[in-house]
Design a protein around this ligand. Structure first.
Ligand code: OKP
Ligand code: ZN
Length: 337
């Protein structure tokens, strides 16, 4: 399986985040991709597919905001990472005041997603990383490819960032796969956290099926989305499947949910799979509460591979930096078997 990564994905390096009321070091740090890069010898270069595939998912004014936000922050006389403190909820109007704090609130739903000097550069190349791996699966007999996307993407929506995510790499790749005629396309999200941004992008869309297995949002981030009764709307009614699981879920109790998701994807007739993979389901993850072990990853990957459709694996979360490379290697090994 070919693996894709670009060093510009490490330009994004926020220093800290709010956690339980304290400032703590940023968990989505550059040690994460380093740990994964070190676990393999052979990496493919990322190519530049330009802005069009990004604009097929995200609003142009949101992309323009991401590009300029850190400059606006510095121009406003601030230091360090740009972070919002006020978030509009209901009855907001699309007003632009040219004020960085108003923009930061308008384009995010949490305070966990700072914009540093290198954020745009890394988010751009993270999306190109997914597109490069997708390209590997277009018009070739390769069945699997891995995009080491970082920053991750599955919490980012059409016009908002959140949960360490800026551009939705999986959604960008899914739209591009659909336009290339590789579909029907399904996205399976097995990060610990619900992929609310991906769900939102395709919620009323019948072109892309979205299934997610994640910690129950009644106890875990992102709280407001990922509940079992969210099933899509309008033309997308029935094309969203949420399988929330309790804290403490281990490999044995995870497997039946995975089989349910795979059966739904197969029944839907998927011919191409985008897998949003987070290694934060591992027992050692510092911000998550599932209990999967490294051996479980080999097994779960084998079940996914048995679907028998070409699969683009896109990296999402995973914060146990000491184990991360080995856990990802174990997971990817399950596809070769
Ligand atoms: C991103 B991904 C507490 C703030 C909340 C958000 C978690 C985002 C996870 N430090 N953190 O799905 O792995
Ligand atoms: Zn996660």
């Amino acid at each position: 399986m070919k693996l894709f990564f670009d060093d510009r994905q490490t330009a994004h390096a926020p220093s800290r985040e709010l956690h339980n009321g304290d400032w703590v070091p940023y968990a989505e740090n550059i040690e994460r991709p380093r740990s994964i890069v070190e676990a393999f010898t052979d990496w493919q270069p990322v190519r530049d597919f330009g802005m069009a595939p990004l604009l097929a998912v995200h609003d142009a004014y949101y992309i323009a905001f991401l590009e300029r936000a850190h400059r606006d922050w510095i121009a406003a006389g601030r230091n360090g990472d740009a972070i919002g403190y006020t978030f509009p909820i209901r009855r907001r109007r699309p007003l632009g005041f040219g004020r960085i704090d108003a923009d930061l609130g308008a384009y995010s739903y949490d305070a966990g997603t700072p914009i540093a000097a290198g954020t745009w550069e890394s988010a751009y190349w993270s999306a190109q990383c997914a597109l490069s791996a997708l390209d590997e699966l277009t018009g070739s007999d390769a069945r699997h490819a891995f995009a080491l996307c970082r920053p991750p993407g599955h919490h980012a929506g059409r016009d908002y960032m959140g949960g360490y995510c800026y551009l939705n790499n999986a959604a960008i790749a899914a739209r591009e796969a659909h336009s290339r005629g590789l579909g029907p396309v399904a996205i399976l999200d097995i990060d610990y956290h619900h992929g609310n941004g991906t769900q939102d992008i395709f919620y009323e869309d019948r072109d892309v099926f979205f299934a997610s297995i994640h910690a129950d949002p009644r106890t875990d981030y992102p709280f407001y989305w990922g509940h079992a009764d969210e099933r899509g709307e309008g033309a997308g009614e029935g094309t969203t499947l949420n399988l929330p699981l309790p804290r403490g879920t281990d490999g044995q109790s995870y497997a039946p949910a995975l089989d349910t998701a795979l059966a739904a994807i197969s029944d839907w007739g998927a011919k191409f799979l985008i897998l949003s993979f987070g290694a934060d389901t591992h027992s050692s993850d510092p911000i998550s509460s599932f209990a999967l072990e490294r051996a479980d990853y080999v097994e779960l990957a084998g079940r996914i591979a048995s679907l028998g459709v070409p699969t683009l694996i896109v990296m999402e979360g995973g914060y146990a930096v000491g184990d991360l490379g080995k856990n990802v290697a174990a997971f990817l090994s399950g596809f070769q078997a």
